[in-house]
Design a protein around this ligand. Structure first.
Ligand SMILES: *[C@@H]1O[C@H](CO)[C@@H](O)[C@H](O)[C@H]1NC(C)=O
Ligand SMILES: *[C@@H]1O[C@H](CO)[C@@H](O)[C@H](O)[C@H]1NC(C)=O
Ligand SMILES: *[C@@H]1O[C@H](CO)[C@@H](O)[C@H](O)[C@H]1NC(C)=O
Ligand SMILES: [Zn+2]
Length: 522
């Protein structure tokens, strides 16, 4: 995943909030308390009536364990690195294709599965369902990884898949070869056991996600669009199971990403008559541009906490917080403005509150005694789900407010639509049910991704896109993403195989149970 290092940092700030709310508004306390209590009452009792479709079980014995770990390790050892926007290790990508065919012979030979290459190195699988009236879904993952060098301080060479204390170390163990391999491993085992899905599904494996997916994911999406496919939902990488990361929260939380921030790169330029530095004009292109940049920094985009899906995270998790956080989280109708103000104090949490503005390039001048004609700067903005690209561009214009500064949108996209997470939401409920079956102690809640994934190329094919894999994150693990010592425990990898094995079968239900019979765990 792109930008994933910053992704989970939000959760650190929860510590800050406790301090920030030491002062309580006594008058409002009574009203708020009633809400806190009623949340407890709601915590689920009724058992939902789900049609049973996970009839095939997977018992992982010694032989299977050895086999699935060996396949995974081989995948880690192939350095499928995306070096830059234009350079990938294509030798490794071809080698990876050979590994998939060797490791999953049943997938590649089954009459239920159609495989095709996309842009030479990406893969699209279609697993035919017996009931064509059931809307298919798509499981997405990516084969490429960001570069890694042992000299950065790894405890094991990054493409060694070395086993240390129950963990497999290596670039791609989390991002994103564990889903790539476990999805296909699960399908291999299902097919061997004679499974034939009712609901057809696609598996898409991109080869250039780390460089924006313009060849892999974009073309997979184009092919599906040409075929007129509509998807029930898409499940891609993104968030994970956070264990001990959110302070004040009792037990681990599985966060399902419902949206991603948008992005804009804007170029600011000022062009003036060049001249000799001995007779300078009152203002130079550099001065005018610097003032414009300063105005952008001094006037951040509006605070939007409470207007996007970030609020849902807290509302879903409220009952699992200890007091006094529980009180605050279950009363966001009251506290969100205040919470927004606390969150904006730290860069990590500010990212969840508003569209961020970062001036990343500033170029001007060539010679010490020449007044330059041209000065230019680039600004990278990450757009909050409650704002549009156009609104952000308009705000940049009105903040800069200087005709001499030319403002051009270089590239950008809107925040991704917010996927549904209610009782009628097929994908969300299936993912949630599967998580709870395998990890009964985990709380499932919606979340939001600051970084971007391949799934953003699929928004015309599915209104519901979820970003999640059941990878366990403990404090400090977020830094391993795109960092050093990326690793996954062997046990967790096995859990991933079981997760997809179960998820695929759970998707075979005809329809969701009626809303009132759900396990209520808001
Ligand atoms: C699963 O088994 C139940 C009964 O044990 C049966 O009613 C149901 O049709 C089976 N589902 C599938 C998808 O095979
Ligand atoms: C590319 O991958 C191959 C293995 O498939 C490896 O031998 C080679 O060293 C890699 N090249 C670079 C530049 O990393
Ligand atoms: C795929 O490979 C062919 C032949 O090697 C090449 O001409 C083409 O440009 C490649 N396409 C992509 C998208 O990389
Ligand atoms: Zn990734």
């Amino acid at each position: 995943m792109t930008d994933s290092r910053t992704k989970f940092r939000i959760f650190r700030w929860i510590k800050i909030i406790v301090g920030g709310f030491a002062v309580t508004v006594v008058l409002l306390f009574t009203v708020a308390c009633i809400r806190t209590l009623s949340l407890d009452v709601n915590v689920g009792l009724k058992l939902a009536h789900w049609e049973k479709t996970d009839n095939i079980s997977l018992v992982i014995d010694h032989r299977l364990r050895e086999e699935l770990l060996a396949n995974f390790k081989e995948a880690i050892r192939i350095p499928t690195v995306s070096f830059s926007e234009t350079e990938s290790n294509t030798t490794a990508l071809l080698e990876f294709d050979r590994l998939l065919r060797k490791a999953f012979p049943t997938v590649f030979s089954s009459s239920l599965v159609q495989h095709q290459y996309v842009a030479n190195y990406s893969h699209l699988f279609w697993v035919r369902g017996s009931q064509p009236n059931l809307v298919p879904y798509l499981l997405l993952a990516h084969i490429d990884v960001v570069p890694a060098s042992e000299s950065d301080g790894w405890d094991a060479p990054p493409f060694s898949a070395k086993d240390i204390d129950g963990f497999i170390y290596g670039r791609g163990t989390i991002d994103n070869k564990s889903p790539v391999m476990s999805i296909l491993q699960a399908l291999e085992y299902l097919l061997i056991k004679g499974y034939s899905p009712r609901r057809g599904f696609y598996i898409g494996l991109g080869h250039d996600e780390e460089i924006r997916g313009y060849h892999g994911a974009v073309n997979i999406a184009r092919i599906l669009k040409q075929r007129g496919v509509q998807l029930s939902f898409v499940l891609d990488e993104g968030l994970a199971i956070l264990d001990g990361v959110i302070s004040g929260l009792e037990g681990p939380a599985a966060l399902i990403g419902l949206s991603e921030k948008g992005s804009a790169n804007i170029k600011l330029s000022v062009s003036m008559v060049p001249g000799h530095s001995s007779m300078p004009p009152q203002e130079t292109s550099i001065g005018v541009l610097a003032a414009a940049v300063k105005r952008l920094e001094d006037n951040p985009m509006p605070r939007l906490f409470g207007y996007g899906p970030e609020r849902g995270i807290f509302e879903h998790l409220a009952h699992k917080f200890r007091l006094p956080l529980k009180f605050i989280m279950s009363n966001l109708w009251l506290f969100s403005p205040l919470l927004g103000r606390v969150l904006e104090r730290q860069p990590e949490t500010n990212a969840f509150v508003r569209t961020t503005t970062a001036v990343t390039i500033f170029n001007a001048g060539v010679k010490v005694n020449v007044i330059p004609s041209l000065a230019e700067a680039y600004v990278n903005l990450r757009i909050h789900p409650a704002q549009s690209l156009q609104e952000v561009v308009d705000l940049v214009h009105s903040t800069v407010a200087d005709q001499r500064v030319k403002i051009e949108l270089v590239d950008g996209f809107d925040p991704l639509p917010v996927s549904s997470a209610d009782e009628k939401s097929f994908g969300f409920q299936i993912i949630k049910k599967t998580v709870l079956e395998i990890f009964p102690t985990v709380t499932v809640a919606p979340g939001i991704c600051i970084g971007n994934t391949d799934s953003r190329h699929f928004k015309e094919l599915a209104s519901d896109i979820y970003r999640f894999a059941p990878v366990w994150f403990k404090p400090g693990d977020a830094q391993r993403f795109h960092g050093i010592n990326e690793r996954i425990s062997k046990r967790n990898y096995e859990e991933l195989v079981v997760f997809y094995f179960t998820l695929i079968q759970n998707c075979d239900i005809q329809k969701l149970p009626e809303p009132h019979s759900f396990v209520h765990d808001l």
